[in-house]
Write a protein that binds this ligand. Sequence first.
Ligand code: SF4
Ligand SMILES: [Zn+2]
Length: 143
Amino acid sequence: MIEMKRCWRCNVCNDIHYGIACPEVCPTCMQNNSYCEVSEKEARNMMGAEGGSGMDAAAVLSAWEKFAEKNGFMLNPDKEHVDLITKGVLMNESKFGLKLCPCRLRDGKRERDLKITCPCNFRADENWKEKGMCWCGLFVKKK
Ligand code: SF4
Ligand SMILES: [Zn+2]
């Protein structure tokens, strides 16, 4: 059986990878386990094409769960909070074409918008180090 190619985005440098599996180490920024699965449409958006990813909330949550699992952290156990963030991210995507962080203001500059596309590079932030969660509390460290 021929395996379908899938798409991933590095949450640190936005490198897009097409293949049967994503690399463990991003060849662009050298971060470990930084790839989160995205749809082909989202991969094209990241590279400048118009339109949303076409992923529904369940697909987004599943990609985030796998990304967290691979990295040894997890989604916030507060399901209502996670649902709220997911809605915000998908609303931003339908308005602006990218899964923008719902807790931070966009300034409309594409370069900055790409940096606040979810999942962002939250492990580099003080909040992650000090409070054990991303800025919005979507991803949390395991206790
Ligand atoms: S702070 Fe959390 S919710 Fe916001 S973009 Fe980063 S990972 Fe996503
Ligand atoms: Zn990278």
